[in-house]
Ligand binder design. Structure first.
Ligand code: CP
Ligand code: NVA
Length: 300
């Protein structure tokens, strides 16, 4: 596989399938691995994180490795040392690094100068590790991924962009409903749609997107770093809520996904988040298993 996981496109269809299947095996306790014995992995987080940080820390420990958590204020990076110099230096100590940052170009710049594996733990444009856990959750709940109808309701953000790349690779139909001005990245949509064996559509009407869906997926209206747009977004996104009405448009056995953290009462109601269709806490748990399978593939 590629040295880095910066976007989901760094993985082939076969690699994604193997990660999903291996993650299911690891979750079931049918396999043990010490793939990271003797390896130190850095976690450089420039934004808050609950799931990504803790699931990587626990997963790396379970694989026999060591983690070193860093924030920019702990490093000379926060005093102006360049990204390439930081990457070149850390590459002399670490076996790999997980980075969460704002501009996607920062992860790219780091990876270009690093001699070690760089994993994108979320940038403004992509969230590939999240989507590996989502695919695992879908496979566990639905028994398959190919041919399903997934509807993403809301902001065309990092999670949505990576989900679009997954659809083109894993052959599920993806209908995104976003308000005007908040669509997913146009290049990612057109490239993914052109190479997809399935349907990838972006439209406005959440009910149209949800009609007959196997999976309803949403994320916050206001992502980290976009807080200044909160009031403008809240008014535009009012109809983009996963609630009882929208769920009733989907298939009777549809599941609901949310990458979390959720703003209950905004993009999703309590009733749906805590109801029988919700798979959100399995999805959160699956971050651990999917990332362990990813790390095994990268380091063995
Ligand atoms: N879904 C996700 O990445 O959560 P955290 O921001 O808590 O890591
Ligand atoms: N779109 C969200 C995802 C958080 C996991 C954000 O970037 O804040």
């Amino acid at each position: 596989m590629n040295k880095d996981l910066l976007t989901l496109k760094d993985l082939s269809r076969d690699e994604i399938s193997r990660i999903v299947d291996r993650a299911i095996e690891l979750k079931a306790g049918r396999a043990k691995s010490s793939a990271l014995a003797g390896i130190s992995i850095g976690l450089l987080f420039e934004k808050p994180s609950t799931r990504t940080r803790v699931s990587f820390e626990v997963g790396i420990y379970q694989l026999g490795g060591q983690t070193i958590s860093m924030s920019p204020i702990d490093l000379q990076l926060g005093r102006g040392e360049s990204i390439p110099d930081t990457a070149a230096t850390l590459s002399r100590y670490l076996g790999g690094i997980v980075i969460r940052t704002s501009a996607h170009s920062r992860v790219e710049e780091f990876a270009a100068a690093a001699g070690i594996a760089v994993i994108n733990g979320l940038s403004d444009k992509h969230h590939p590790c999240q989507i590996l856990a989502d695919l695992m959750t879908i496979k566990q709940r639905k028994g398959k991924i190919k041919g399903l109808h997934v509807a993403f309701i809301g902001d065309g953000n990092n999670v949505c962009n990576s989900l679009i790349e997954a659809a083109s690779c894993m052959d599920f139909n993806l209908i995104v409903a976003s308000p005007e001005g908040f669509e997913p990245d146009a290049d990612i949509v057109s490239r993914s749609a052109a190479s997809a064996g399935s349907e990838i559509l972006v439209l406005r009407d959440p009910k149209e997107a949800a009609a007959g869906a196997d999976v309803l997926y949403t994320d916050v209206w206001v992502s980290m770093g976009q807080e200044a747009k909160t009031e403008q977004k809240k008014s535009k996104f009012r109809d983009y809520q996963i609630n009882r009405g929208l769920l009733s448009c989907a298939k009777q056995d549809a599941i609901v996904l949310h990458c979390l953290p959720a703003h209950r009462g905004e993009e999703i109601t309590d009733e749906i988040m805590d109801g029988p269709a919700s798979a959100v806490f399995d999805q959160a748990e699956n971050r651990l298993h999917a990332q362990k399978a990813l790390l095994e593939m990268m380091f063995v």
